[in-house]
Design a protein around this ligand. Structure first.
Ligand code: ZN
Length: 313
């Protein structure tokens, strides 16, 4: 009987020990789970906080650059070499100066084929590129890193669609080129020629940076970048109609304020229509009123109302 009691005590003590051990293992598991959840929560918070802090820091830095006083000698260069700067209303001139300061800080300028990049080169390019950014929330061409500048026309190897619609492979002479992978290339002699001439109709910098906006937003591929679906639909309709109209004009040998190169594709049409919008706005408004109004909505600017100190466009 005594032996039986001892065995029972031993069994009871074993059961108690086992349940204590089980309890300890469960506690450890719970603690590990809590630590793991804690680590995941901290990682998620960091993943959200770091980009937000970076974004805020970037915005603050941009604000500082934007507000830096614009050197008077820089203004002189703009007045001499950028005809469109002279016709801008004073508030837009001030805004453009701010954007130029940000653009110069954020983008690389690289001289190619022995070309030397001077302050004049940087200012003219930045002014024309930033003209397209006026009067709306800014993104400063987020995918663009470098502007490559050649002294004159340069050769590019690739596949090209001619105005006739025929594709050709091989080397082609270019005055400008916009790539999706972060670069725009330009021929300086053409840039300066277009920039100095009022009502130039063509402007290679405006053309290539219109492509940059388009490539980023996917506008010519149908992305809605307008304030309303109604505006987007109106623009798509106007572009389709004007694109077909330009094709017929080119076939019939009729000259238009929109460059005939626009018949190559909707993407090129958007780029040449943007050139006409900024450099021949009154003519574009007169002969292509709906397209002009759509571009006013798109760029949130009305270049037909711009005049220089003498009242000239
Ligand atoms: Zn183009």
């Amino acid at each position: 009987m005594q032996r039986q009691n001892a065995a029972r005590r031993q069994a009871k003590s074993f059961i108690t020990k086992t349940s204590v051990m089980r309890h300890e293992v469960n506690e450890r598991k719970t603690m590990l789970l809590a630590i793991l959840i804690g680590i995941i929560v901290v990682a998620l918070l960091l993943a959200a906080a770091v980009p937000m802090a970076y974004f805020r820091w970037k915005q603050q830095r941009r604000r500082q650059w934007f507000q830096t006083p614009f050197p008077p000698e820089w203004t002189t260069i703009l007045e001499q070499d950028v005809a469109l700067y002279r016709v801008l209303p004073p508030d837009l001139q001030r805004e453009l100066q701010g954007h130029i300061q940000v653009f110069l800080q954020e983008k690389e300028f690289e001289g190619c084929a022995g070309f030397e990049v001077t302050l004049q080169v940087k200012l003219v390019l930045a002014a024309l590129a930033c003209l397209l950014l006026l009067n709306k929330p800014q993104e400063y061409y987020p995918t663009l890193r470098s502007v490559l500048i050649y002294p004159g026309a340069f050769l590019v190897n690739g596949r090209w669609r001619e105005n006739s619609g025929v594709y050709e492979d091989g080397m082609d002479v270019h005055l400008g080129e916009s790539w999706q992978h972060g670069a725009v290339a330009l021929a300086w002699d053409q840039v300066l020629h277009d920039s100095r001439r009022p009502r130039s109709r063509q402007n290679v910098v405006i053309h290539e940076f219109a492509h940059q906006i388009d490539q980023h937003k996917g506008f010519s591929e149908g992305a809605a970048v307008f304030a309303s679906a109604d505006q987007a639909e109106r623009f798509a309709r106007a572009v389709r109609r004007e694109f077909e109209h330009l094709r017929h004009e080119v076939d019939d040998g009729i000259d238009d304020v929109i460059d005939e190169y626009g018949v190559v594709s909707p993407m090129e049409f958007f780029a040449v229509a943007t050139e006409a919008f900024f450099t021949m706005p009154e003519e574009l408004r007169r002969f292509h009123a709906e397209l002009y109004n759509c571009l006013v909505n798109f760029y949130r600017l009305d270049p037909a109302s711009w005049r220089d100190a003498n009242g000239n466009q």
